[in-house]
Each structure stands twice: as structure tokens, then as C-alpha cells.
Design a protein around this ligand. Structure first.
Ligand code: ARG
Ligand code: ZN
Length: 881
């Protein structure tokens, strides 16, 4: 284990490599205990490198078995091999030469799930970001592009299936029950996109014909017996392939496209060229085992990894500082795909909720970093909501600023100009500047400057002059190592909503540039004057969440209520209500803390109920209307001296107030929504189920009885409604016989289905109770709990730390202790997952004093350990800084 928290990598230190590796031939003798890897590398010294430049190859825990240069065994004096590096100091004078490197690795002992490992008997790889160096010594950096040929041999019985990147070349039998296969990938690629899979798996096959007529064999490989559950993923794959052709003109480029689902995986999935490897959670689904959210995630992640074929693989990153070049852009593309397949407004609201829940706290805490970071210790810690989600928002703003056509022209130019290259964010932005003729230098700050900008607004209408004056001011709060901020270019979509709910026209505007319904803030302050506004408008601002900012709007509650009822932008309607509910919850929490009873305005409650019952709106939208801001959302808005118990009490009171006032309406609606049609995962049906699931909570609260939820639990013919009902039972009736019976029945039914059992762990991890910490401790002793499986750890401990505000932040510090102990136990096994779990502490400074002190102590204790991984040390250090 690496102990040093060590070296810092800096963007400004980037140097092109003195050596290139245009060709790689790999040979794997696969064996779980001991695999021999022979790598034949064609190496080329670049013209301007000195002839005696040493070649320094990366390794990670490797054992060198043999080394040859141009076929001759290397002299020990000519090289130096350590587990982490192979330095060859004497090399042939010719610029091109061949290296043969033999390493020995132990896949079955690889618990980090990086490099080559074994998951449920299947050999698989994860090489991004720096896992390839755990397989062989290499220039393991994304600007080294090589053409790979991969030969694998294994026991035919254990591993009848042998897959790698690209197209299959040949295969055949060998002596002693062994066999082999050779794959060739004609597209030069960085080592992080290398993949190999060998094992015994079932398969679903299909075909796809590209726009220009290429026939592609599609395969999704899953555990035997689970093939039926891959049907939805296959459907999503074909839709993604078509969509990328239609929307971005991007076609697939190999004869095969394979996806393999594995059960032990650090992340969601990986876009290896022609051989995507997936966490099986994002492949397997049917109505009995997966919720509608699972279906939607599968669709999004299948699309995401497929879209990487162009944004990531054909054009890759020069170095890991450019991670958002592929991730932010690809998230944007998968968001657009999902919006296209489902409801655009609902999708947008879900994205914004996700951004606020995950990226805002990151941006506002000690782990804040720019979308394109300038330094890192451990790159695995930068697969963050900022790089992915804010990175996507930045691309989205680019489209807002340029408009659809210029945006597409910029994308086309980017693909044309950089195909086959490893490039930077500057290259990306330049393509849009050149295609549109616009100067995007101020806009680029979104990539380089961390922190969530705040926009403060106030407006006044002059009825006599018919003018609306709007004062706007931007500010960006300081973040770690960036105390002074520069002014941003912030595009704010807006409307002037007139008394009848439609947008009012205006004759002219001065004070800021306005194009196509978008205000462009570029200065600290703008005073804008809209002339010729016929009636007093309500300003609807940041429509569709056109910029990822926080807003401080000086406006009256009745104006927000008006927008909630009448804004023509559905996102803004949801936002207006959400703002009002959040403000009400903040006030209520304050009341609770002061020993008072929380009260809520009748008008707020009734607008909520009216919108939920409005049949002109789609069900999924109404479900979002009813999912009142979560405890973490309220905590984030309060921002300091947070008391999670007070927030919980306040939110409970709000739910009860809505439940009681909506009693009749909700009951009738719930029955009306009952659908006797056979299950379908489509967006409309999913929306109906989502609304029913939000209603059931209000029904049980109103009746103070678990009965309705238990009935739904029993009668449900799909996982969405079954898990939804169980969640409500666990939240409100966990210490009743009915609650216990439902949990037991669920466990009994799904004990042998790991993905569903994860839901059982997850639902219990969210129980808001003083007893949850000890419940969790006993669940960690459950025969099916294991620290070795990341999905299980995330389901139980991850959910607890992220989605259980009162128990994780329990006042005695025991919730923190549980998470800290798990992090410490996990670290020697799987540092990446341990470090990710530790980020649960990132907002510790915003808590009230007692909790803050508990958290600080535990963090300090943890960081004193001498055997920390680099991953965890890095997170702890930054969290405490
Ligand atoms: N590139 C993968 C994706 O599409 C994620 C891989 C992350 N790997 C890691 N070791 N952090 O999102
Ligand atoms: Zn990605």
C-alpha cells in the first residue's frame, strides 16, 4: 500500500512525452492466482528528444519477470525496476525499437478493482484512470495513443468467453483444455481504454446498421440466467446509436460493440473502446427487480458510455486535468438524449436537483475545485460532480449562448479538427470560437474558476413610464486556494410574466445585452431598463436553470406563488414553488429550534396541492411538485450552524400539513392513478407510478396508519411501487409489526438477488431513528453484507451518510463514528471506494458546534493513521484544511 500522500501533479508542468508507443501487442496467460502478461511495445523516440533520454515507464505493484530490447534480454545495468516504475537508461541509438516486458500479476488478490481483477469468477479490467500500470509497465498517460492487438489464453471450461477491444481476429483450441482468442483494435487509443474480459457468461445479441450501412454485432454479456434482464439495456443501446447519428452525425466505427455486466465495480460503467464494462446495476432490469429510476439510469448510462466512443475515445484528453473534456461533454450528451426520450422539463428538474444535492455542496466546501482542476494528488478523487455535472452545465451554457446551430457547427468542427487526437479544453473552446466567430474568453472562466456564483436581483416597475428597472449583481465566493475571483459571463434565460401568465413584450432594453430571451451578465453590476412594458410583470429568471448559480431575488411571496401557478416555463414553476417551500422550511426549522411550533401559510399548502392535482400537467412533473425539498436541501440553504434534528421536525410538520389539507384530493387521485395495464417502463407510465409513490406517503401520514402503504406493498406488480411502499413503511412505521413484517417479507423474497437486496439495505439505511446506527451495525453482520462489494457498501453505508441526515449527524457522533470506521476498514482493501465514502464529511464545518466537534475529532483521528492510501489521505487532508 502506498503511504505517502506525496506528489502533487500540476497542470502547468505538462510535458509531452519523449517517447511514443504506436503499437502494442499484449499476451495474457490467464489464471486467477497468477497471470503472466507479455507486452511487446513498438517504441519511438520523438525527433527533438536527446538520444540518451531515459524511458521511464509507470507501474503499480508490479513484478518484472523479464525485459528485452529488440529481442535481446536487457542487461541489469541498463534498467531499474521497482513495483512502481521501470526506468530504462540505455536504449538503442535508433529512434524506433521494440521492448518486450513480462510481468506477473495476481487477479484474484486484486481487491482494489483497478487493473485486472476477478468478479464472481469473471476476469475483467478497469484501467481508467491509472489501472493499466497495474497490468504492465507503460507510459500510462492519455496522450500516448497506441494500436492494440491482444491475445488471451485461458481454460476453456472457466472462461469460454474471451473478449477485448476492437474486432475479433482469430481463436482456437490449445492443449490441456486451454484455448485462445486474438482481438485487434485499429483505432489508436490511450491505455486507460484498454479492456479484457474472460469468463463464462450468458449473452443477448442483436444487430445495428449504421447510417452509412455498416453492420454492427451487438452483445450484452451477463451472468447466466439473467439474459432477459438485459433486454432494456439493449433497447437503450440501439436508441443511443441512432440518436448520436441523428443529433450529432456520429456513427459507430467497429464491427462489434460489446457490453459486459459485472457485479463488483468501483463506478457506474466504463467506455473501453468496443468493450464497455458495466456495474451490473446499470444493465439488469425487469419490472420485478428494478424501479423506474433504475430503468432511467440504465438508459442514461448505456447512452453515456456509448457516446464516449466519440467524445472520449476518438477524441481523448491530453492529460487528466482535461477530464471534463470528455466527461462534462458526454454527460451533456446523455442528458440531451434522456430529455429527448422522456419529458424534457421533468428531466431538467431532476438534473438540477441532482446538481444542487451533489455539486453545490462540493463547490461550497473544502473539496471545491474548478471544472478543470489545476492540481491533484490522486486523480481518482476528481471523478466528481463538479467535473461531470457542472462540466455538463458549462457545455449547456455554451449552447445557450451560441444557439443550437452555431453550437452544432462548433461540435462538427471539433470532431473534424481533432479526431484521433488527445486534446485540451482550450482546443474544445477554440472550435466553438472559430465556428461562431465569438470571443469565449470570459466564458471560459467557467472551466477555470471554482465556486458557485451568486446573482442578486431586484426590480421595480414604473407604471407611468412603462419601464421595468432590474438591478443585477454577480459575486463568486472564495474557494480553497482561490480567494480572489474574476467576473463571469452568466447567461440568464428570462421572461417578463404578465398578469395573464403570458410573457410580456418590451420595446427596448439597455444596461446589458439580451439575445433570444437570454440576459448576458458580464460585469459585476448591471442596471437594466426594459422600456415599453405595458403592465406590471413578474420577472421569471434563470429559466430552465440556464446558469448553475444561486439566486438572491428580492421578491414578494405572492410573486413566487404567481410564477408557480402561471409561468410558461415548467422548470420555473417548479423552481418558484421549491423556493417558497425551502424558505418555509428554513423558517420552520428556526421556530423548532426556538421551541416553537412550525406554521405554514395556507396559500403555500394549497398551491402545492392544486399543482399536484392539475390534470393538465404530466404526472411525473406533479410527483416532483409533491417531493418537497429534502432535509439536505434545507440544510444546504441554511448553510451554517445546522441542526439536522430541527430540520427533520420542520419537514415532518410540512408533510403533515400537506397530507391533512390534501386528504380528499390525494385519496381520489391515488385511486384514479391505479393502472391495470401491463407493466411498461415508458416515461408516461413511470410518471404515474412516481406520483402514486409520492401520494402514498401523504395517505399514511394523514391516516396515521401504515395500512394503505402495506396494501400497495402487497399488491404491487412492479418494483417501483413495492420499493416505494416499503420506503414509506420503513420511514414512518419501522418500529411497528407491519413495518417489520414488510421488511422481512422483502428480504425473504429477494435474498438471492444482490441488486434487489441492495435496496433492502438502502431502505433501512435511510430510517430516521436514534436506533439506526445500531441497526446498521447489525446489518453489517448480515451474511450477505460484504466490504468487498462496492454496491453493497454504497447501499448501506453510502446511503446512510448521504441520505439520512438525522442518523448520520446524530448528536452523539455515533453516526460519524460508524462511517469513519467503515472508511478505515475499507481503505486497505479498496482505497477508491473508501475515499469516496469519506467525502460524506465534506460539509462538516457548516454544522452546529457539537456535531462539528465530533466530526473534526474523528477526521483528525483518521488522518493520523500512518497506513492511509493516497486516495484517502488526499480527501482527509483537503477536508480538514
Ligand atoms: N469514464 C467512466 C465514465 O464514463 C468512469 C471511470 C471512472 N474511473 C475511475 N477510476 N475513477 O464515467
Ligand atoms: Zn463518462
Amino acid at each position: 500500500m502506498r503511504t505517502e500522500s506525496g506528489q502533487i501533479f500540476r497542470l502547468e508542468d505538462y510535458q509531452p512525452s519523449n517517447y511514443l508507443i504506436p503499437e502494442v501487442v499484449l499476451d495474457f496467460r490467464l489464471n486467477a492466482e497468477e497471470t503472466l502478461v507479455t507486452a511487446r511495445l513498438q517504441v519511438e523516440r520523438i525527433a527533438r528528444a536527446p538520444a540518451d533520454a531515459p524511458l521511464i515507464l509507470d507501474g503499480d505493484g508490479l513484478v518484472l519477470e523479464a525485459l528485452a530490447v529488440n529481442g535481446t534480454e536487457a542487461e541489469p545495468a541498463d534498467y531499474d525496476a521497482s513495483p512502481d516504475q521501470l526506468t530504462i537508461s540505455r536504449l538503442p541509438a535508433s529512434r524506433r525499437f521494440e521492448l518486450t516486458i513480462v510481468t506477473r500479476i495476481a487477479p484474484s488478490k486484486n481487491t482494489t478493482l483497478m487493473g485486472l481483477y476477478v468478479s464472481s469468477g469473471v476476469f475483467c479490467t478497469q484501467c481508467e484512470a491509472e489501472g493499466f500500470r497495474r497490468i504492465t509497465y507503460f507510459l500510462d498517460r492519455p496522450d500516448i495513443l497506441s494500436v492494440y492487438t491482444v491475445r488471451m489464453e485461458a481454460d476453456r471450461k472457466d472462461a469460454p468467453l474471451l473478449l477485448s477491444n476492437g474486432n475479433p481476429l482469430e481463436s482456437g483450441d490449445l492443449a490441456d483444455g486451454r484455448h485462445f482468442a486474438v482481438w485487434h483494435d485499429p483505432f489508436p487509443k490511450p491505455s486507460y481504454l484498454f479492456a479484457l474480459v474472460a469468463g463464462d457468461l450468458g449473452v443477448v445479441k442483436d444487430r445495428f446498421t449504421t447510417a452509412s450501412g455498416r453492420e454492427v454485432d451487438l452483445g450484452i454479456y451477463v451472468e447466466h440466467g439473467k439474459e432477459k434482464r438485459a433486454a432494456y439495456a439493449m433497447d437503450a443501446l440501439k436508441r443511443s446509436m441512432r440518436w448520436d447519428e441523428e443529433r450529432f452525425g456520429r456513427e459507430y466505427d467497429l464491427d462489434v460493440f460489446n457490453i459486459v455486466a459485472v457485479s463488483d465495480f468501483n463506478m457506474g460503467a466504463m467506455e473501453n473502446k468496443g468493450l464497455n464494462v458495466f456495474n451490473d446495476k446499470y444493465v439488469l432490469a425487469d419490472e420485478d427487480t428494478a424501479t423506474d429510476v433504475d430503468f432511467a439510469n440504465i438508459e442514461a448510462i448505456i447512452a453515456h458510455e456509448y457516446f464516449h466512443n466519440w467524445t472520449g475515445n476518438r477524441i481523448t484528453c491530453r492529460d487528466w486535468f482535461q477530464l471534463c473534456l470528455k466527461e462534462g461533454l458526454t454527460v451533456f450528451r446523455d442528458h440531451e438524449f434522456s430529455a429527448n426520450e422522456r419529458s424534457r422539463a421533468v428531466k431538467r428538474i431532476a438534473e438540477v436537483r441532482g446538481l444542487r444535492a451533489h455539486q453545490f455542496p462540493e463547490d461550497q466546501g473544502p473539496l471545491a475545485h474548478p471544472v478543470r482542476p489545476r492540481r491533484y494528488r490522486e486523480i481518482n478523487n476528481f471523478y466528481t460532480a463538479t467535473v461531470y455535472e457542472k462540466g455538463s452545465e458549462v457545455v449547456r451554457m455554451l449552447r445557450t449562448i451560441l444557439g443550437e446551430d452555431a453550437f452544432r457547427a462548433g461540435m462538427d468542427l471539433y470532431f473534424e479538427r481533432h479526431d484521433g487526437q488527445a486534446v485540451t479544453i482550450e482546443d474544445f473552446v477554440k472550435a466553438f470560437e472559430d465556428a461562431s466567430g465569438r470571443d469565449l474568453s470570459q466564458f471560459s472562466l467557467w472551466y477555470h474558476q471554482a465556486g458557485t456564483p451568486n446573482v442578486a436581483l431586484s426590480s421595480r416597475y414604473d407604471g407611468k413610464e412603462k419601464t421595468l428597472t432590474v438591478d443585477v449583481e454577480q459575486s463568486v465566493p472564495p474557494t480553497p486556494s482561490e480567494s480572489r475571483k474574476r467576473l463571469m459571463h452568466i447567461p440568464l434565460a428570462f421572461g417578463l410574466v404578465g398578469p395573464d401568465g403570458t410573457d410580456l413584450d418590451y420595446q427596448s432594453v439597455e444596461g446589458a445585452s439580451v439575445e433570444n430571451g437570454v440576459i448576458h451578465l458580464r460585469k459585476r453590476r448591471h442596471q437594466m431598463v426594459f422600456k415599453g412594458v405595458k403592465a406590471r410583470p413578474v420577472l421569471s429568471i434563470n429559466r430552465g436553470f440556464s446558469a448553475p448559480v444561486t439566486l438572491s431575488v428580492e421578491s414578494r411571496a405572492d410573486e413566487q406563488l404567481f410564477l408557480a401557478r402561471h409561468d410558461s416555463d415548467p422548470f420555473s414553476r417548479w423552481q418558484a414553488l421549491n423556493t417558497l417551500l425551502t424558505d418555509a422550511l428554513i423558517a420552520a426549522s428556526k421556530a423548532v429550534r426556538g421551541g416553537k411550533k412550525p406554521v405554514f401559510e395556507d396559500e403555500l399548502i394549497s398551491v402545492t396541492i392544486d399543482l399536484a392535482a392539475d390534470e393538465t400537467l404530466e404526472e411525473a412533473f406533479r410527483a416532483l411538485i409533491l417531493s418537497v425539498p429534502g432535509e439536505a436541501d434545507v440544510a444546504r440553504e441554511i448553510g451554517r450552524d445546522i441542526d439536522p434534528d430541527a430540520i427533520h421536525t420542520a419537514r415532518g410538520a410540512l408533510l403533515m400539513a400537506i397530507a391533512q389539507a390534501g386528504s380528499q384530493t390525494f385519496r381520489a387521485l391515488y385511486e384514479r392513478l391505479l393502472d391495470n395495464a401491463p407493466f411498461s417502463p415508458d416515461a408516461r407510465s413511470a410518471g404515474r407510478r412516481a406520483l402514486r409513490n409520492t401520494l402514498i406517503e401523504f395517505l399514511v401520514l394523514d391516516s396515521s396508519s401504515p395500512e394503505a402503504a402495506y396494501r400497495q406493498f402487497e399488491d404491487a406488480d412492479n418494483m417501483t411501487e413495492r420499493a416505494g411502499a416499503l420506503t414509506v413503511l420503513a420511514q414512518h412505521f419501522h418500529d411497528t409489526d407491519v413495518g417489520r413484517a414488510a421488511l422481512a417479507a422483502f428480504e425473504k423474497r429477494y435474498r438471492d438477488n444482490p441488486l434487489v437486496l441492495d435496496k433492502w439495505f438502502q431502505i433501512q439505511a435511510m430510517i430516521p431513528s436514534a436506533a439506526t446506527v445500531s441497526l446498521l451495525r447489525s446489518l453489517m453482520e448480515h451474511p450477505h453484507f460484504s466490504l468487498a462489494n462496492p454496491n453493497r457498501v454504497r447501499a448501506l453505508v453510502g446511503t446512510f451518510s448521504m441520505a439520512n441526515q438525522t442518523a448520520f449527524h446524530s448528536a452523539d457522533g455515533e453516526g460519524y463514528r460508524l462511517v469513519a470506521e467503515t472508511v478505515a476498514a475499507l481503505d486497505s482493501h479498496n482505497p477508491q471506494v473508501a475515499a469516496r465514502l469519506a467525502t460524506a464529511f465534506r460539509s462538516w464545518r457548516s454544522l452546529e458546534k457539537g456535531r462539528r466537534e465530533h466530526a473534526r475529532k474523528l477526521l483528525a483521528e483518521m488522518s493520523k493513521r500512518t497506513d492511509l492510501s493516497r486516495d484517502l489521505a488526499d480527501i482527509l487532508e483537503r477536508t480538514l484544511a
